[in-house]
Design a protein around this ligand. Structure first.
Ligand code: URA
Length: 244
């Protein structure tokens, strides 16, 4: 993990302005790090341990960062893996020193909404089995998904290990040789959706998470792209306490 970052990156991360504006501030001598005027906006600093001032104002280093990633296929939802690429490996450099981790897991071949944060308490809340945070997925399923499947999901289906899932919602978008569906589940067992379809004799060919709690995947993000959550989205995520 890299601890130092370019001072202009740190400042743009903190929302001080565009790169151009920051360059101008540096040129004007308005940026100080540990009391020393910065003359080179490419200088590396450790944002966690440095006192950063802009125009005489001390900046508050953001404790928590929240990213929305459209997870692509082929990367693992982990912070480290000895062989495979992780969701941390594919983040832009500027986010690599914040100690981010994924909130929950998507399978290596699953795409879509993955929140990354360094707020352990919030992650814990979102993942708590007691909270029943809804997660909405879009899937392409081999076989004709029909009313019986919808009913089975509504009842809860028995998985291969004998566990009966909580009731889930199934919305059939297209029912044919390859069906398109959306489903909402309220828990997060290992390979849950694939196993739920297996339990009704069908195979998931493509899976994408599109919502978690009240937070929706920004469809403008292509697989592999991420962005910070807006303040409103952070509040939506935190609203998990009231979702039940
Ligand atoms: N269910 C699955 O089967 N896989 C995922 O990645 C998420 C939910």
């Amino acid at each position: 993990m890299r601890d130092t970052q370019r001072v202009d990156k740190v400042l743009s991360n903190l929302g001080i302005g565009t790169r151009k504006e920051i360059k101008r501030l540096v040129k004007e001598g308005a940026v100080k790090v540990d009391g020393v005027v910065v003359t080179d906006s490419g200088m590396h600093i450790n944002p966690k341990d440095s006192l950063i001032e802009v125009s005489g104002e001390l900046l508050k280093y953001r404790e928590f960062i929240y990213l929305m990633l459209n997870k692509p296929q082929g990367v693992v939802s982990a912070t480290y893996d000895s062989t495979l690429r992780t969701v941390i490996d594919i983040l832009p450099d500027e986010y690599k020193s914040f100690g981010l981790f994924p909130v929950g897991r998507l399978d290596i071949d699953t795409e879509g909404l993955l929140v990354l944060t360094n707020n352990g308490q919030l992650a814990h809340e979102l993942l708590s089995p007691k909270k029943h945070v809804p997660k909405r997925y879009y899937a392409i399923v081999e076989g004709i998904v029909d009313e019986r499947d919808r009913e089975a999901f509504r009842e809860g289906v028995v998985l291969d290990d004998g566990y009966k899932t909580l009731p889930a919602e199934l919305f059939i978008i297209k029912s044919s040789g390859f069906s398109e569906i959306e489903t909402v589940i309220y828990e997060g067992k290992f390979h849950q959706i694939k196993r739920m379809f297996k339990a009704v004799g069908k195979k998931v060919k493509y899976l994408k998470r599109i919502e978690m709690g009240k937070l929706k995947l920004d469809e403008a993000l292509r697989p592999g792209e991420c962005r910070e959550l807006t303040n409103e989205e952070v509040l939506l995520l935190k609203a998990v306490e009231t979702v039940n």
